[in-house]
Design a protein around this ligand. Structure first.
Ligand code: MN
Ligand code: MG
Length: 662
C-alpha cells in the first residue's frame, strides 16, 4: 500500500548505491531527486503506538509474529534514510505499555534509578530526534515513567500536561515536560551544499488521561485541550525562530466536529496556524490509506493531508513507519515548505491467500538491546502470576454459566467501577457482558479454554480472551438489556416441549455473539422462537425467550438505566444487537480487555472464577437436546452447576456428544 511508485510516477528516479551503504537499488524520493540549488528534501519518520513491541513476538500466544516489532520497523529506516536527502526520526507515544514485556518490567523486574527500560534501549539504537507522550505512558505511575525517560538519548515534548492546576494563560502553565523543542541542524540542498534549519516539534497527549489514569495522576497533574495548547505555544516557537513546526499528536482523527478536551483532535489541530505537518496516532489505524478515514471533511485519506497539511498515522505495534516528506525552499534566511507527501509504509503484506508475508528482516542491534528482558519475559509469561481456585474451561459455556466467561465478566466489572467512580454514572448499576470465544465449532474438538485449577500464567490470559479488543461501556435501559439477551439466545434452535434429543445449537450463530450478562439473573425458554433475526430485526413480536429477568432479586424495571461493560466490537454495533451501537457508548477505555484481565489477576492474587449460575435454561418437561463439545469436557460434565448434562457418546470429527436434560 502507498508506495512511492503510486505517488510520483513521472519523477520516480533510481540510482545505484548513492547514500546507501549497500549496492541495493535505492529509489530516491522525488523530492531528493529533484531538489534544486535553493531547495532541500527533508523526510521525517514516525513510529507510533509501539506498546513495548520490540521483538516480532506475540507473548500471549508465545510465538513469533510478523505483523509487529520495532526491530522490523527499524530495518525500514536505513533504506528510508537512503532514499532521502535529509531525515529525522520521531516517536509519537504509547511506547511503554501494552504487552507482557512492559508488564514484566513494571510488575516484576522494576525500575531502579539508573536502570534502562528495554524499549528505550531499543529506541536509543535508532537515533530518535524527539518523542512525545502517549496516554499509556502514565499507566505505571509517574515515578516509573521518570526513571524510564531518564535513560532516553533524546528529548520528550508535551504541551498540554501540567504539574498542577491549569494557569489562566496556557503559556503560564507549569508543564511536566518541555512543550516543544527546536532542533537546529544542517540540511543538504540540491547543490550538495549544507545550510542550517530550525525544526520545531511540539507534542500533545489526549486530555482523557486524567480519567484513564486517575489513580496515578490525580492531584499531580492536569491536562489542557490540545488545540488550545497549540494555539498558545506555536506562535512562541515561531518567535524563537522555528523555520517549520511539526506537531507530534498522540491523538487520532475524528471528523465529528471540534469539541472541548477532544480525545482525537488531530484534524482540528491541523487547522492551527503555524503548524506545518502532523504526526498522529492513538487510534492504531493507518493514514493515508484505504478505508480507515474515508469521508471525513478536511481529511484527504488518499493524499495524506489534514486541513491541507501533510499528516500520517503509522499503524501500531511497529506495523508501519509513518513518513512525511517535505520539499523545502530557502526564503531569504528561512525555509518554507513548497510541496509535501506522506506515506505509511508497512513491514508486512498479505499474499493472495491472505497469508502474512514479512517484508523486512529484524535489525539485530535493536533485538540485542532488549534481548535480556525479552528472555526474562518469556519466562514470565510461562510462569504463575496468580492462582485460580477453580478450573477455567469453556466446554459447557453455551449451556450453562461458565467460569471462563465469568472471569472476563468479573475483571471488566472490577475495571469499569474504578473508571466511573467519580463521574456522573457512579451511582448506576454495572452489568458485564462477555461471550465464549473458544467454543469448538470450526476450531475443532480441542478449541476450548482449559486451564487447570492452581497456578495461572500470563499466557493463559490469551486463552481467556482471544481478541485484542478494548473495553467500552454503554448506557442502556432494562428493556434494552432484555433485547440484548434475546439476541444472544439466537445461539439456540427452538426446542419443542417433549422433544427428544433435539439439536440444540444454531450452527450459523457464532459463539462470540453469545453474550452472557452478569449482574442480572435470567432463564432462557427454548420452546419459544427467536425474537430477533441475525440482523437484529424484530421478527416475532410475541416471542420471549428471556424469562424471569431480574435485577437485585426483583423483576427488572424496563425503564431503569444500566451501565453495561463490554468490548469495542459489541458497543460499536458488532453482531447487530438491537439498539446497541456507538450512540449508547459512555466510556471508551484505552485498555484492552486482556490487559484488564491481567491487571485483575495481578491485583487479586488468587481469583475465584466459579460461575455464579446467574442464567440457566427454563425447565421443559420430558425434553432433551443434544450438542457437541470437546471430549476433554467429559471430566467436568457432572460438576456443571445449573444444567444437567449427560454423556451421549461420540460426535463427529473427534467431538464428544452431550445430552442436556431440560
Ligand atoms: Mn496506543
Ligand atoms: Mg455469571
Amino acid at each position: 500500500m502507498s508506495h512511492l511508485s503510486g505517488l510520483h510516477p513521472i519523477s520516480r528516479r533510481a540510482l545505484l548505491g548513492g547514500f546507501a551503504a549497500s549496492s541495493a537499488l535505492v529509489v530516491l524520493h522525488p523530492f531528493a531527486a529533484r531538489a534544486a540549488n535553493n531547495q532541500a528534501h527533508l523526510r521525517i519518520m514516525e513510529t507510533t503506538d509501539i506498546h513495548v513491541h520490540v521483538f516480532p513476538y506475540d507473548y500471549y500466544a508465545d510465538k513469533p509474529n510478523d505483523t509487529l516489532g520495532l526491530a522490523r520497523t527499524a530495518s525500514l529506516i536505513d533504506g528510508i534514510r537512503a532514499e532521502a536527502g535529509n531525515s529525522m526520526l520521531i516517536d509519537n507515544g504509547d511506547f511503554l505499555q501494552g504487552n507482557p514485556l512492559g508488564d514484566y518490567v513494571a510488575y516484576e523486574r522494576g525500575m531502579k534509578e539508573g536502570d534502562k527500560h528495554p524499549v528505550i534501549s531499543a529506541m536509543n539504537v535508532l537515533g530518535y530526534d524527539v518523542g512525545t507522550m502517549g496516554n499509556h505512558e502514565f499507566n505505571y505511575g509517574l515515578d516509573f515513567l521518570n526513571k524510564v525517560l531518564a535513560g532516553a538519548g533524546f528529548p520528550f515534548v508535551c504541551a498540554n500536561l501540567t504539574k498542577g492546576m491549569l494557569a489562566s494563560d496556557p503559556k503560564k502553565d507549569e508543564l511536566m515536560f518541555k512543550p516543544y523543542v527546536i532542533i537546529e541542524k544542517r540540511i543538504r540542498d540540491g547543490s550538495g551544499a549544507t545550510s542550517p534549519i530550525k525544526v520545531g516539534f511540539i507534542g500533545f497527549v489526549p486530555p482523557q488521561i486524567m480519567t484513564w489514569d486517575a489513580k496515578n495522576l490525580e492531584g499531580k497533574a492536569q491536562t489542557r485541550d490540545i488545540v488550545d495548547a497549540a494555539k498558545a505555544w506555536v506562535p512562541v516557537m515561531k518567535e524563537e525562530g522555528a523555520d517549520i513546526v511539526i506537531a507530534l499528536s498522540h491523538s487520532g482523527i475524528d471528523g465529528t466536529g471540534q469539541s472541548e478536551r477532544m480525545e482525537n483532535a488531530s484534524l482540528y489541530l491541523a487547522g492551527v496556524e503555524g503548524i506545518d505537518a502532523i504526526f498522529t496516532g492513538h487510534q492504531h489505524l493507518v493514514f493515508p490509506g484505504p478505508k480507515d478515514f474515508d469521508g471525513i471533511a478536511g481529511a484527504d485519506a488518499k493524499k495524506g493531508t489534514l486541513m491541507g497539511k501533510p499528516a500520517v498515522m503509522g499503524g501500531f505495534w511497529g506495523s508501519h513507519m509513518g513518513l512525511i516528506d517535505l520539499l523545502l525552499e530557502k526564503d531569504g534566511s528561512s525555509w518554507k515548505i513548497i510541496s509535501s507527501t506522506s506515506e505509511a509504509r508497512p513491514i508486512y503484506h498479505r499474499d493472495d491467500n491472505r497469508k502474512i508475508v514479512a517484508d523486512v528482516k529484524d535489525k539485530p542491534e535493536v533485538l540485542a538491546a532488549a534481548k535480556a528482558d525479552h528472555d526474562a519475559t518469556l519466562a514470565y509469561v510461562r510462569r504463575a502470576v496468580g492462582k485460580t481456585s477453580a478450573p477455567l474451561y469453556s466446554y459447557f459455556a453455551l449451556v450453562a454459566d461458565d467460569p471462563s466467561v465469568q472471569i472476563v465478566s468479573n475483571a471488566q466489572a472490577w475495571y469499569i467501577k474504578q473508571m466511573l467512580k467519580d463521574g456522573e454514572y457512579k451511582d448506576l448499576p454495572v452489568l458485564s457482558a462477555a461471550a465464549p470465544f473458544k467454543a469448538g465449532g470450526r476450531g475443532g474438538p480441542d478449541y476450548f479454554t482449559d486451564v487447570a485449577a492452581g497456578d495461572i500464567a500470563i499466557k493463559n490470559v490469551a486463552d481467556l480472551y482471544l481478541y485484542p479488543n478494548t473495553v467500552q461501556a454503554v448506557l442502556i435501559t432494562g428493556a434494552q438489556v432484555k433485547n440484548w439477551l434475546e439476541m444472544s439466545a439466537g445461539m439456540f434452535n427452538q426446542v419443542k416441549a417433549g422433544a427428544k434429543d433435539a439439536v440444540l445449537l444454531n450452527d450459523g450463530f457464532p459463539s462470540y455473539n453469545y453474550d452472557v450478562i452478569d449482574g442480572v439473573t435470567y432463564q432462557i425458554d427454548l420452546s419459544q422462537p427467536v425474537r430477533f433475526d441475525k440482523d437484529g430485526k424484530l421478527i416475532n413480536q410475541d416471542a420471549n425467550r428471556i424469562v424471569d429477568l431480574s435485577f437485585d432479586g426483583k423483576p427488572i424495571d424496563p425503564a431503569q438505566k444500566f451501565v453495561v461493560v463490554t468490548n469495542n466490537y459489541r458497543a460499536g454495533g458488532g453482531g447487530k444487537f438491537p439498539e446497541i451501537a456507538g450512540d449508547k457508548v459512555i466510556f471508551v477505555a484505552p485498555d484492552t480487555n486482556r490487559d484488564v484481565i491481567v491487571r485483575y489477576i495481578v491485583d487479586q492474587g488468587t481469583i475465584n472464577p466459579s460461575a455464579d449460575a446467574n442464567w440457566s435454561f427454563k425447565p421443559l418437561a420430558d425434553t432433551t437436546a443434544v450438542f457437541e463439545s470437546g471430549p476433554k469436557g467429559r471430566q467436568y460434565a457432572a460438576a456443571v452447576k445449573g444444567a444437567k448434562i449427560e454423556d451421549a457418546g461420540d460426535g463427529e470429527n473427534g467431538f464428544a456428544k452431550f445430552r442436556l436434560v431440560l
